[in-house]
Design a protein around this ligand. Structure first.
Ligand SMILES: Nc1ncnc2c1ncn2[C@@H]1O[C@H](COP(=O)(O)OP(=O)(O)OP(=O)(O)O)[C@@H](O)[C@H]1O
Ligand SMILES: [Mg+2]
Length: 455
């Protein structure tokens, strides 16, 4: 169906409000994602059939115990899982990009709803809706199959990631300035050249980009050192310094000028984390994937980072996939939460609903394990057992070995993620306790029974 606000005139030119093209269509649709690892002991099914949508400007929390597949899911969106040992066993990651708003050139106007960015219209149907864009009217790229060159344009620019472990993510051999400036040179060289008072197509930008990638040849090295190139290079260098300084200062890192010339091993964990955050936020991405971004930080810096992410969302309509163990944090900042257990989604729900009426026994277990002020000292509720081996996970419902309500059916059939409730954001849960016995062709007494939480 043609989106209402996206009509084409007789000549095929777009009219109406392009910012509304595919309005309500998810920015990212993860479909049946399966990522396995080939190990000596067998194939570990780390992510096994994950389905998840992320809408423009939405913050989706991804929670689950350690080893449940949160990081592998997140890294798979940008094809950052090394293959081998990883194996992409199936699925799609559909990304619907946005671009700088043409009327305001990104300065935020009514046409783009004040975000400075608007959806890219499908070039095949010009917003009308065709098979290529799955009738959404928005350009649609399957990131799992896109050519590497296209993926490089998306990575770090349109979709940025803050990794769980900054020590591994930063290059130990490059200064902070070099690492953050690479993002600007790769994706924002036009802006940098303009800031340096040089033309958009100035060759110095190309030469510096090649130098940043260690691709310069001998002639280029010499050229950069002689006039007039050396002067233009100095101006561009100063513009890069300003951009890197501003990005670092945004994270409230102390003494950003000194940090710029430091190497990662000279930084504390919290500082390294903030350098990575500066890198990720540099290009105002459409989607920010934050994998436990504040674990290594003290609470005041944590609050500052969360504020930063929220500012970015408010200003540019950035969507966020926020991975965390900290459920109280997730409750504060997320719109929706997806609960992952042993590589499969157990439950997905709007945040208030998930905390008020958790449906899956695993979610209930996680929530019960949050310490509260009313608890007797020294006593915490824990889910019994541990996350199962992913090489040989329990058959059928993977949680049944730890579930107090499990019945025979849970060990013999696999529950599917079923929608409960209506609306744009339904509550989805994978548990037989909420299924219809007749539809499953079993007796009511064969279903597990859970206590109601909504009374
Ligand atoms: N390179 C790899 N080779 C083999 N197995 C891997 C590899 N990377 C991840 N795994 C396995 O995939 C599963 C999911 O790992 P993942 O890192 O996604 O967990 P997680 O939910 O992010 O945990 P945490 O909360 O500890 O960060 C784990 O069982 C892990 O051992
Ligand atoms: Mg992880």
């Amino acid at each position: 169906m043609k989106p209402e606000a996206m009509q084409t005139d007789a000549g095929g030119a777009l009219t109406g409000d392009p910012s509304a093209a595919g309005a309500g269509v998810p920015l990212i649709s993860v479909r049946d994602l399966r990522v396995y690892f080939q190990t000596k002991r067998g194939r570990a099914r780390a992510v096994d059939g994950v389905d998840l949508d992320i809408r423009d400007g939405e913050t989706v929390g991804l929670v689950g115990e350690t080893g449940s597949g949160k990081s592998v899911t997140a890294r798979s969106l940008l094809r950052l899982v090394a293959m081998p040992p990883g194996v992409l066993a199936g699925g799609q990651v559909l990304y619907r990009p946005k671009e700088r708003c043409h009327p305001c050139a990104g300065t935020q106007c009514g046409a783009c709803g004040g975000s400075g960015r608007r959806p890219v219209v499908c070039s095949s149907c010009r917003g009308g809706g065709c098979e290529l864009c799955e009738h959404t009217g928005r350009q649609t790229i399957d990131l799992l199959r896109a050519p590497e060159s296209e993926l490089r344009r998306v990575r770090g620019d349109r979709i940025a990631m803050i990794f769980q472990d900054p020590a591994k993510a930063l290059n130990p051999g490059l200064t902070v300035r070099k690492q953050v400036s690479e993002v600007f040179l790769e994706h924002r060289s036009g802006d940098l050249l303009r800031a340096a008072g040089l033309g958009d197509g100035d060759e110095v930008g190309t030469l510096m980009r090649r130098a940043a990638h260690q691709r310069s040849n001998a002639l280029e090295w010499v050229l950069m050192k002689v006039r007039p190139f050396s002067r233009r290079r100095a101006r561009l260098d100063a513009a890069i310094d300003d951009a890197v300084m501003a990005a670092l200062a945004d994270t409230r890192i102390p003494n950003p000028r000194k940090i710029m010339s430091s190497y990662p091993h000279e930084l504390s964990g919290g500082m390294a984390q903030r350098v990575m955050i500066a890198q990720a936020l540099a290009c105002d991405p459409d989607l920010l994937i934050a994998d436990e971004p504040t674990t290594a930080l003290d609470v005041t810096i944590q609050a500052r980072i969360l504020d930063l992410i929220r500012e970015l969302q408010a200003e540019h309509g950035t969507a966020v996939l926020y991975i965390s163990h900290d459920l109280s944090l997730v409750r504060r900042i997320c719109d929706r939460v997806a609960v992952l257990y042993a590589g499969e989604l157990a439950e997905v729900a709007p945040v208030d609903e998930l905390f008020a009426t958790p449906m899956h026994p695993y979610t209930r277990g996680l929530l019960a394990a949050i310490p509260t002020g009313h608890q007797e000292r020294g006593r915490l509720t824990a889910i019994r057992g541990t996350v199962p081996e992913l090489i040989d996970p329990p058959p059928a419902c993977r949680f049944h070995t730890r579930c107090d309500a499990a019945v025979d059916l849970c060990a013999s059939r696999e529950p599917t993620l079923t929608e409960h409730g209506t609306g744009e954001r339904p509550h989805r849960v994978a548990c037989f306790a909420y299924e219809d016995a007749a539809a499953l062709n079993v007796e009511v007494r064969d279903l597990p029974v859970l206590e109601r939480t909504d009374t």
